[in-house]
Design a protein around this ligand. Structure first.
Ligand code: CMX
Length: 134
């Protein structure tokens, strides 16, 4: 199963409000949604560029993986997300190929998408997500 397109690029930021001064104020893009994903301990903001979205990620707790990421590496690109037809089938296919999964089964993510992550240690250092529209 080949990824269909880049669904979004996740960018870790310290403050969504501050970073929108750049994305909206300087680049002229428009934030169309802000949503908290409670189980991921993040607040997200979405901006659209053609078919692809930019997802700004702000930690809502110090234990958030995004807070840890910023502490270690600073703000910047956090993950890439590919659209697929079936996240569970994709995860199973890649596990069979020996890749390390973060999610063995898909779960619910922002915008009502079904999502699943691969571990960056088995994807050449790029945290990789698959998304499926429900
Ligand atoms: N990209 C690349 N490498 C990353 C990374 C990232 N985003 N986050 C962590 N790493 C690396 C670390 O640098 C570390 O490498 P070293 O061992 O060489 O130092 C290694 O992965 C393990 O990192 P860690 O800090 O010990 O582990 P964490 O507890 O931070 O967990 C990860 C890392 C990837 C398993 C975790 O971030 C995770 O489960 N991510 C998936 C879920 C997620 O990112 N949710 C937020 C977005 C939700 C959304 O989009 O809605």
């Amino acid at each position: 199963m080949i990824p269909k397109y880049i669904e979004h690029i996740g960018i870790a930021v310290k403050s969504i409000e501050e970073s929108l001064k750049y994305y909206e104020g300087v680049l002229g893009m428009e934030c169309y949604a802000v949503e908290e994903v409670v189980d991921q301990k993040v607040k997200t903001a979405f901006l659209k560029v053609g078919e692809t979205k930019i997802e700004l990620l702000e930690a809502t707790s110090e234990e958030s993986t995004v807070a840890k990421f910023i502490e270690k590496r600073g703000e910047g690109i956090h993950h890439i997300a590919f659209a697929v037809d079936d996240v569970d089938a994709k995860l199973e296919e890649l596990q069979d190929k020996g890749l390390k999964l973060i999610d063995k089964k898909s779960r619910s993510g922002a915008e009502g998408l079904s999502i699943g992550f691969l571990h960056p240690k088995s994807t050449l250092g790029v945290l990789t997500e698959f998304c499926e529209k429900k």
